[in-house]
Design a protein around this ligand. Structure first.
Ligand SMILES: Nc1ncnc2c1ncn2[C@@H]1O[C@H](COP(=O)(O)OP(=O)(O)OP(=O)(O)O)[C@@H](O)[C@H]1O
Ligand SMILES: O=c1ccn([C@@H]2O[C@H](COP(=O)(O)O)[C@@H](O)[C@H]2O)c(=O)[nH]1
Ligand SMILES: [Mg+2]
Length: 248
């Protein structure tokens, strides 16, 4: 059972200050605020070991099929994920939405997340990976889209270490910057980061930290690059061809 393997992995890999996942993407560990200290991985391990016996009551005994969906801010990840979920039966987990949900909960962690999102920076890996891991666990899905994650190499390493698996495929929406800016400024959903100052920072972070993740998975033959210009329906035709050819 892949979850049981995760419990074992967590127990085998206690957090250490030199662990790559123990620091945020942008700053070295000794610059962390107290609230950014790595979340207790022991707590995660306890969570997993206490749930390990739940296999018998409906949990999937196989690792889910995981697709990471990457692309610059405003490239259309969320729009396309909604269509993939509806046509191909995937559960859509948006890392950004999970973080915004945590902000809306009013937790202390939410305050830190809000501050980081306003600056267009990347939330510490342990926070995001824990939210994703819990959402995967609760959805109990066998096909999962993880939208907008991993944002940086450290996110990637933390996910693979904590969840104990790699994505099966990576979808990359390739979109010119001017088109992304136009879409974000027209989105009108009241997001705190959809203003030109933060958008410029998000684009820089995307180029410097997210593209290396795409390159990493490209070198492992996992990336499907899609031209993200044109209408949403035109783009979805290219997406549909990829998902139709997969064997889940
Ligand atoms: N192909 C398209 N052509 C024009 N507008 C689009 C297209 N796809 C999405 N949009 C619009 O662009 C905006 C951004 O799209 P979406 O939220 O899907 O992007 P995203 O990649 O998830 O962005 P973010 O990284 O900020 O979450 C939305 O208002 C959406 O309706
Ligand atoms: O894995 C992630 C995902 C998102 N963030 C932060 O949230 C905002 C918004 O994300 P969207 O995917 O555009 O909804 C992003 O700019 C980051 O600040 C993150 O840190 N880690
Ligand atoms: Mg989105």
């Amino acid at each position: 059972m892949w979850r049981r393997r995760l419990g074992a992995l967590l127990l085998r890999s206690p957090p250490s200050s030199s662990s790559p996942a123990a620091s945020s993407c942008q700053r070295s560990r000794h610059h962390l605020l107290p609230t950014e200290e790595p979340l207790a991985l022991n707590r995660l391990a306890r969570l997993f070991t206490s749930q390990a016996g739940s296999d018998g009551d409906g949990g999937h005994s196989q690792k889910p099929f995981i697709a990471f969906v990457l692309g610059g801010p405003g490239s259309g990840k969320g729009t396309q994920c909604t269509k993939i979920a509806s046509d191909f039966g995937f559960v859509h987990l948006s890392a950004g939405d999970l973080l915004r949900h945590e902000i809306a909960s009013g937790s202390e962690k939410g305050e830190l997340i809000l501050d980081i999102i306003k600056q267009g920076r990347i939330v510490p890996s342990e926070i995001t990976v824990e939210l994703i891991r819990k959402a995967m666990e609760m959805s109990n899905a066998n096909k999962v889209l993880i939208d907008g994650f991993p944002r940086c190499e450290e996110n990637r390493v933390a996910f693979e270490r904590i969840v104990g698996t790699e994505p099966d495929i990576v979808i990359f929406f390739d979109c010119p910057e001017d088109e992304m800016v136009k879409r974000l400024l027209g989105r009108n959903q009241g997001r705190v980061d959809d203003n030109i100052e933060t958008i410029k920072k998000r684009l820089k972070v995307f180029e410097s930290l997210n593209i290396p993740v795409v390159d990493y998975y490209s070198s492992r033959g996992k990336v499907h690059k899609i031209n993200a210009t044109g209408t949403a329906d035109e783009i979805f035709e290219a997406v549909r061809r990829i998902f139709s050819s997969l064997r889940f």
